[in-house]
Design a protein around this ligand. Structure first.
Ligand SMILES: *[C@@H]1O[C@H](CO)[C@@H](O)[C@H](O)[C@H]1NC(C)=O
Ligand SMILES: *[C@@H]1O[C@H](CO)[C@@H](O)[C@H](O)[C@H]1NC(C)=O
Ligand SMILES: *[C@@H]1O[C@H](CO)[C@@H](O)[C@H](O)[C@H]1NC(C)=O
Length: 393
């Protein structure tokens, strides 16, 4: 976690371009927003995990939150394939989305997270992966990224939104004092550029991860450096490669629009993700990069839940944020989305009783449902909705 060099002469307003229009030249191959007119696909195993949450509310006689849980079971989340052996989960995501689109008649956007760089999570190590060094880079390209490209090119009937390598650029820009991060930087650059070049497909929208306002959002050289780093990577992909935009706040807890400006945001103009996207956009524009964002809102802390911006682990109290939403006042946002599936533990930290990273944390989900954003309205019925074409899980 970065501590803040503050005091910039730049006033917040000065950073926001006068026109919200996105120059057409910098928008990727498909200038239309992939989230408009399409529903983010459901992970049916995730929906099945929520049965435990539903049952707990019923046992407690809490019908309202049980009905909200029913609603959540019908919402889409991004799906993660963070290892070579998990590429098969892309096949499951694709076939479920295809059935929904063809048999349910609902156009789908399949949200996926590409996350397996060698020496991943070089600064914290909490999410270290299976690959390392030059040999890891070779496997990343040949076994991992090529596996993605093969599957997504075969699924030309579906639209994809792919978040590319959460936190990688954050580590490249701010953690070069960490030896592993310094070593990993050229590998990250080459790996991400390769992924971009292989996924230049008309049905694929790439969003490079821009971490979050608390990490890269200060108005000093950092925002500029981050933008330049993105530019270097995209240029390196070559052949006029394009991306759709950037993702922010993946697996974090920053509000899109904070109701209370927390003390720990000090003087940052990027004190919530709404402001962060607006801080970053002019720098991206300057470098002919697109200025489109998706923002992870799966879990949002309540005012006062954190003392430090760096707190990221099972933060409480928190609630589910707004699900997929495209009609926002911020002109840079393609959509609010749920990237981190709410309910999977961040690790044995934060709220008491937390299980290991990735494990289902039912008490935590109950809290998230209880504190959910108003857009998560209770379902009319306690019955679980099912469709004949849904996988039986
Ligand atoms: C789908 O959800 C299940 C249960 O939460 C989870 O274990 C699995 O990793 C998810 N699949 C993908 C591809 O994200
Ligand atoms: C890149 O785009 C320019 C301008 O449209 C074009 O002239 C050039 O041939 C393209 N290069 C490649 C490798 O596609
Ligand atoms: C970041 O995510 C957290 C939790 O998902 C949410 O509370 C917060 O609002 C998001 N921040 C932004 C700026 O979107």
């Amino acid at each position: 976690m970065r501590s803040a060099p503050l005091a910039s002469a730049l006033a917040l307003g000065a950073l926001v371009p006068s026109s919200g229009a996105v120059p057409t030249a910098i928008v990727s191959r498909d200038s239309s927003n992939p989230f408009v007119g399409r529903k983010l696909s459901i992970n049916h195993s995730y929906a099945a995990s929520l049965e435990a949450t539903f049952d707990s509310f019923i046992e407690e006689g809490d019908e309202l939150n049980a009905r909200k849980t029913r609603t959540v079971q019908g919402l889409g989340t991004f799906q993660w394939a963070p290892a070579i052996s998990l590429l098969a989960s892309l096949d499951a995501a694709i076939s479920a989305a295809r059935a929904e689109q063809n048999q349910g008649g609902v156009p789908q956007v399949v949200g996926l997270v590409l996350y397996n760089l060698p020496d991943r999570d070089c600064s914290a190590g909490e999410s270290a992966g299976e690959l390392s060094g030059e040999d890891g880079l070779r496997r990343y390209k040949n076994e991992y990224v090529d596996g993605w490209a093969e599957r997504l090119s075969r699924a030309s009937d579906l639209t994809f939104a792919v978040v590319v390598e959460p936190d990688a650029v954050g580590n490249m820009v701010t953690n070069q004092g960490v030896p592993l991060c310094a070593e990993a930087k050229p590998i990250y650059e080459e790996g991400i550029a390769y992924a971009i070049s292989k996924l230049q497909l008309p049905n694929v929208n790439l969003y490079l991860d821009a971490s979050h306002g608390g990490w890269l959002g200060w108005p000093d050289n950092l925002v500029l450096e981050a933008a330049q780093q993105f530019k270097d990577i995209v240029d390196r992909a070559g052949n006029n490669a394009t991306i759709r935009g950037f993702s922010t706040n993946v697996s974090n807890y920053n509000p899109f629009k904070a109701t209370v400006r927390e003390d720990y945001t000090e003087w940052s103009p990027s004190w919530d993700e709404d402001h962060y996207t607006s801080s970053l956009a002019p720098y991206l524009e300057e470098l002919d990069l697109p200025t489109r964002f998706i923002v992870d809102q799966s879990r949002v802390h309540l005012p006062g839940a954190r003392e430090e911006w760096g707190e990221w682990c099972n933060v409480a109290p928190a609630g589910l944020g707004a699900p997929q939403k495209t009609d926002l006042e911020n002109p840079y946002i393609d959509s609010l989305v749920w990237v981190k599936p709410p309910g999977e533990s961040d690790g044995r930290c934060g709220l008491e009783g937390a299980p290991a990273a990735g494990q289902w944390f039912n008490e935590y989900v109950q809290m998230l449902v209880e504190n959910a954003h108003e857009d998560v309205q209770p379902a009319d019925s306690l019955e679980r909705v099912t469709k004949s074409w849904w996988p039986q899980i």
